[in-house]
Design a protein around this ligand. Structure first.
Ligand code: AP5
Length: 216
């Protein structure tokens, strides 16, 4: 199965992708996570990407498409991929279709996680992520067992630099302008499914599973 997760910043793409990939044994390919690893490691890609990420802007298409092409060569990608945060522009969507077309593995379904914008701002402002393994938490809806410590690996939790309120607003605006047109792109291919992701994490996952049952 090849699956795309769409949705505004904070809609729960990373959270649902983690649950989906565990349940369906897919590779979780989050362009945001790969970029953040590069930033942390100080690679040339990371240094370039940081200029855009900290301000809430998108990293240029060419860099992202190359990064994804690279990740697709990993052996774990052979069993199917859940794309989290990619594609985000029409150029990226077309590149992904071309990449998967060559492998005769077209996208099966594009899941759009829908949440009201004000709720998203609250979600992102309260988000914390593990500095070690990247697992997502939320101060209210998904707190760690011990304050500021990851349940999974014991590393300290951090706040992402782009989760400041003014940067969150920029990310929303960039999403509306550059990524919302993809809903139409996948609707035209009859692959778009929209899920109400405004309730809890488990309720949302139940809805996603019901939908994947229909798609599979
Ligand atoms: P990326 O990391 O992909 O950020 P994003 O799209 O802004 O999405 P988020 O990770 O903020 O949110 P999410 O939808 O994954 O929600 P999450 O599950 O964490 O990208 C970061 C940056 O990298 C971009 O701004 C850009 O600069 C660059 N980039 C990445 N990909 C790119 C690309 N393809 N092209 C160009 N540039 C790119 O959940 C959020 C919080 O809410 C968590 O605390 C979680 O616990 C909580 N939560 C989740 N679901 C629920 C629920 N149902 N109920 C209550 N709380 C919930």
């Amino acid at each position: 199965m090849e699956l795309v997760l769409l949705g505004a910043p904070g809609a729960g793409k990373g959270t649902q992708a983690k649950l989906i990939t565990e349940a369906y044994r897919l590779l979780h390919l989050s362009t945001g996570d790969v970029l953040r690893r590069n930033v942390a490691d100080g690679t040339p890609l990371g240094l370039e990407a940081k200029k855009y990420m900290d301000g809430g802007q998108y990293v240029p298409d060419d860099l992202i498409n190359d990064l994804v092409a690279d990740q697709m060569e990993r052996p774990e990608a052979k069993g199917g991929v859940a794309f989290d945060g990619y594609p985000r522009t029409l150029n990226q969507a077309e590149k992904l279709d071309a990449m998967l077309g060559k492998k005769c593995r077209p996208i099966d379904v594009a899941i759009n996680l829908e949440v009201d914008e004000e709720a998203l701002v609250v979600r992102l402002a309260g988000r914390r992520v593990c500095g070690g393994c990247g697992a997502p938490y939320h101060l209210k809806s998904m707190p760690p067992l011990r304050p500021d410590v990851c349940d999974a690996c014991g590393s300290p939790l951090i706040q992402r630099p782009d989760d400041r309120e003014e940067t969150i607003r920029t990310r929303m605006e960039v999403y509306r302008r550059q990524t919302e047109p993809l809903l139409d792109y996948y609707a035209k291919q009859r692959k778009l499914r929209t899920v109400d992701a405004s309730e809890g994490i488990e309720k949302t996952f139940e809805r996603v599973q019901a939908l994947l049952g229909e798609a599979g």
